[in-house]
Write a new protein. Sequence first.
Length: 336
Amino acid sequence: MKKKALIFGVTGQDGSYLSELLLKKNYEVIGVMRRSSAFNTARIDHLYALYPNQFDTSYGDLSDLNSIERNIEKFEPDEIYNLAAQSHVGVSFEISDSTFDINAFGPLNILQVLKNKGFKSKFYQACSSEMFGISPPPQNENTLFQPQSIYGVSKVCAYYTTRYFRQAFNLFAANGILFNHESPRRGLNFVTKKITIGIAKILTNEIKILELGNLSARRDWGFAGDYVEAIWNILQQDKPDDFVISTGENYSIEDFAREAFNVVGLDWKKFVKSNVSRYLRPSEVPSLLGDSSKAIKQLKWKPKVLFKDLCLMMVESDLKSFNLTLDEAKKIAKKL
Ligand code: NAP
Ligand code: GDD
C-alpha cells in the first residue's frame, strides 16, 4: 500500500518541492489548493503529467473548516503537511487579520478535525525563524520567541497549538522551525528572488535600477529542495518533536546582492538603490542564524546547498527564463 500525503499549500515553493520528494518516494500525493481567479499551479503543473496515477489536487482553504474536513475525510491521509500560509512578512503588516486567520486558525482547524474525528494522520506544521524576532543569534529550539510582525506572532500561535494537541490529545503533531529557504521557484516579492530576477531584467534592459529596502538585515538562507527533506524526516521519527532547520551561516541582504551581481560580473552598487520609505518594515528582524544541532543529530539531516551555490543557482535559472546563458549574460554585463 502506498502512503498517502495531503499537502496544504501545494502550489507554493515548498509544496512543489515536497510533492516531488514524496512522489519519488512512491507516495500518493493530494495537494489542497484554494480557488484563484488566475491559475496558480505553475509550480506543480509538471506533476500532473509525470505522475498521473499518484498526484492530484483538490480544492480547499485553510479558513474554510468544512473544506478541511471534507479533504481529510475523503482521502484519509497517513501524513498531513500544513505548508499553507500568508507567508510574506512585509505584507502581514498590511493584512494582519487575514494573515492571522490563515496562519494561526488554519492549523487549529486541521488539528481539531484530526482530534474530533479520531484520525491518526501524522501532522507537520510549518513554523518559522521569524518567531525568534529580536532574540540574538544563534537561535535554536530553546531560544525565546520575540516576534516582530503579525506573521511571526501567528506562527508562534501555530507552534503552541501544535504542541498543545500533541501533549493534550496525544496526536503525532510536529513543528519545523525553518529558517529562510529559497530556490528558483521562490515567490517574486521575496528579497533573494527580487535580486536574481532583477539582474536578468537589468541585462535585458527592462529596468535600470533595482529598488530594495533594508540592506543590513542578516538571514540564514538555505535551499528549499534540501529543506523539504528535513520536513519529511520530521514526520518519520518515532516520536513527534520540534526541530530548527537552517544552514548555520548568515549573510546580509547587501552580501546577497554583491554575490548575485558578481555571478554575471556586475558591481551591485551601480544598480541597487535602497528605498527605505517604500520597503522599510515598521519593525525588523535584524539577524537570523540557526543552530540546527538537534536536527543534525536526530534527523541526520544537513543542508547540501550553501550561500554561494544558492546565488548561482537562482541567477542562472532567472537568466534562463530570459533566454540568456551565463556566458551571454557576462558579455552583456561588460558593456553596461
Ligand atoms: P509560499 O510559496 O508563499 O506558499 C504558500 C502556500 O500557501 C501557497 O500554496 C498558497 O496558495 C497557500 N495558501 C495561502 N493561503 C491559503 C489559504 N487560505 N488556504 C489554502 N492555502 C493557502 O510559501 P513557501 O515559501 O512555500 O513556505 C511554505 C510554508 O513555510 C509557509 O507556511 C511559510 O510561512 C513557511 N516558511 C517558509 C520559509 C521560507 O523561507 N520559504 C521559512 C520558514 C517558514 P496560493 O498559491 O493560492 O497563494
Ligand atoms: N521582500 C523584500 N523586498 N525584503 C526586502 C527588500 C525587498 O525589496 N529589501 C530588503 N528586504 C529585507 C527585509 O526587510 C528582510 O529583512 C529581508 O530582506 C528578508 O525579507 P524576505 O525575503 O521578504 O524574507 P523574510 O525573512 O521577511 O521572510 C521569509 O523568511 C521567513 C523565515 O525567516 C519568508 O519566507 C517567511 O515566510 C519565513 O517564515
